[in-house]
Design a protein around this ligand. Structure first.
Ligand code: SAH
Ligand code: SF4
Ligand code: F3S
Length: 556
């Protein structure tokens, strides 16, 4: 059964990208093969996102296409994984009977068993198809219906301390294979440190789809980083919905079969200093960063996303300042610049507190004179229920004041199951949302260009991702997985706030490459024709100009 060809498509955030990588590794180990072509696949998996309606619509349209295909080939197995599976639950199968396998993000460890069952069932259904009672002569589309959802009621937490957390085994089982030195994309990896979210912002599905906040044992995280580094990875991004809320209490740790279990998030006041209740037996987020930096020197760049504004202690900022391989890049969504709206969003901070954080972060980390500026990026939601022009003006001013290098800007999308959906009327007209979205984007572009210009004349280490898009076209090569993504940031690749469309062509006798600074700015530079491919290594580049929000430079 397991020699089936699988196609997997991933929507949504980095957490989903990592999940897809982990389940793919697990399926590969069982003998499944992977294909980049959905048409030739016998198993089609969608790892879905539910954060906005738009994200879900993409999946619905894919499922529509699969329903047509399955009529011709009933042995096809279709699986919906991830946040939409969890949010919509079994009603998803009622709406889309083509779906055989439904697995929520907290149950992904169960995928191999469910998939195996579905493959067996569908093969036998294909051999002996039941007739459609409504359309005699036609085969009925029958689903094998393999379902694993955590169910929002349990929020998984009830069982966690007592039982082995099998999801942790999925992270631990990560297949790490030695890396092809030329494949820059695989020199960069995600490592999860926290799962789930306890913040319950009123608009957000994540606490429902991903469940309660759970912190992985630091030993597991460091070991994973070490294995990745040994295999050739040089850039690691630590992942968590509120990544800087990480905290592990060793004294309270539970061990099952010799394996330390992840731990439920406990509330602690982030505060400005090291948490006074964090004793020697606690690993705080600051401790974790310092330990990875110290114990895994092969990692040249250590990043983390996404940070929660209220949880940044000075201890974290100090650790970033004092450890050269930790990137001075913080993704800290503000969501709104209006205190009234922030309160309705249940974000737990005021604009004043957010700005205090930005000032603190700058005073610790913004040292352009030492060649070490701080890069900030943010998220905003426009058109949250009751948002007035005045509220929006406040958001506009906040964006201007903070000077993000980039922001992800979203129109409010009511999500079933959230407090905002239940209690607030989505009363800002679509046209107003669109206008505010456009205005904020235009401002962000002006700010981004000004921030980029400040880099002119300075020299930076650039992690080379590969030939630029123009260069790749010029060579007409399609490096599998090696093409450079031109979106800045990377939280929601389908909705980049800008992609530098006006990328300058490389000189005829040179090759154009593209990479990133440690603050995540995109840099283009030329190498002489015939130079060995530098992808996956670092170059010192002196920035000479800014075009279409990207930096252009020369080897220093
Ligand atoms: N944990 C991260 C964000 C995860 S969701 C944090 O708290 O910062 C990614 C982004 O999607 C959010 O920052 C928010 O800007 C946006 N978002 C979430 N729910 C949304 C909704 N219902 N409508 C529009 N945007 C939303
Ligand atoms: Fe959603 Fe808020 Fe949690 Fe971020 S912190 S994932 S926006 S609930
Ligand atoms: Fe989407 Fe789930 Fe990530 S809703 S943004 S895939 S946590």
């Amino acid at each position: 059964m397991a020699s089936k060809r699988v196609y997997i498509e991933t929507f949504g955030c980095q957490m989903n990208e990592l999940d897809s990588e982990l389940v793919s590794g697990q399926l590969r180990a069982l003998g499944y093969q992977f294909t980049p072509d959905p048409k030739s696949a016998e198993v089609v998996l969608y790892n879905t996102c539910s954060v906005r309606e738009h994200a879900e619509q993409k999946v619905w349209s894919r499922l529509g296409e699969m329903a047509i295909r399955k009529k011709e080939d009933p042995s096809l197995v279709v699986g919906v994984l991830g946040c939409l599976a969890e949010r919509d639950g079994e009603s998803l199968i009622r709406r889309m009977p083509v779906v055989d396998v439904l697995v929520g993000p907290a149950e992904l460890d169960k995928l191999p068993a469910l998939l195996d069952n579905a493959v067996r069932t569908n093969v036998s259904l294909a051999e002996n198809p039941p007739e459609d009672a409504n359309n005699p002569g036609e085969n009925r589309v029958v689903s094998a219906r393999q379902v694993a959802l955590q169910g929002t009621a349990s929020r998984r937490s009830a069982t966690l301390a007592a039982a082995e957390d099998s999801l942790e085994m999925l992270d631990l089982s990560r297949a790490v294979s030695p890396i092809d030195a030329q494949a820059s994309t695989s020199r960069s990896a995600y490592v999860r440190i926290t799962r789930g979210c306890n913040k319950f912002c009123t608009y957000c599905v994540v606490p429902f789809t991903r469940g309660a906040e759970i912190h992985r044992p630091p030993e597991h995280i460091i070991e994973e980083c070490r294995r990745l580094a040994d295999a050739g990875v040089i850039e690691i991004t630590l992942l968590g919905q509120t990544v800087n809320h990480y905290r592990f209490e060793h004294g309270a740790a539970v061990t099952v079969n010799g394996v330390k279990q992840p731990q439920k998030g406990r509330s602690f006041a982030g505060g400005h200093r090291r948490d006074p209740f964090a004793g020697e037996s606690t690993t705080t987020f600051a401790d974790l960063l310092a330990e990875i930096h110290e114990q895994v020197p092969g990692i040249q760049r250590l990043r983390f996303v996404t940070s929660y504004p209220r949880d940044f202690g000075d201890d974290v900022l100090e650790v970033i300042r004092d450890h050269p391989r930790i990137c001075r890049y913080l993704h800290v969504p503000a969501q709104s610049g209006s205190d009234r709206i922030l309160k309705m969003m249940n974000r737990g901070y005021t604009v004043g507190e957010y700005l205090d954080f930005v000032d603190r972060a700058r005073s610790f980390l913004h040292q352009p004179e030492k060649g070490r500026p701080l890069g900030l990026s943010g998220d905003f939601i426009v058109g949250f229920p009751t948002e007035t022009d005045e509220d929006f003006r406040a958001t506009y001013e906040l964006l201007q004041r903070v000077r993000y290098k980039n922001s992800f800007i979203f129109k409010y999308s009511p999500r079933p199951g959230t407090t905002a959906f239940d209690r607030l009327v989505d009363d800002v007209p679509e046209a107003v949302k669109r206008r505010r979205n456009g205005e904020l984007l235009a401002l962000q572009n002006v700010v981004a260009e000004a921030v980029a210009r400040e880099h002119i004349g300075a020299t930076f280490d650039v992690f080379i991702e590969g030939p630029s898009r123009k260069e790749a076209k010029k060579r007409k090569t399609s490096r599998s997985g090696g093409l450079v993504s031109l979106t800045i940031g990377g939280q929601d690749a389908a909705e980049p706030y800008c992609a530098p469309a006006l990328e300058e062509p490389a000189e005829v006798d040179s090759m154009q490459y593209c990479g990133r600074t440690d603050t995540d700015l995109i840099v283009f530079f030329d190498l002489p024709q015939g130079s060995p491919d530098p992808s996956g290594t670092f170059a010192r580049v002196r920035i000479e100009s800014v075009r279409a929000l990207s930096l252009y430079g020369r080897l220093a």
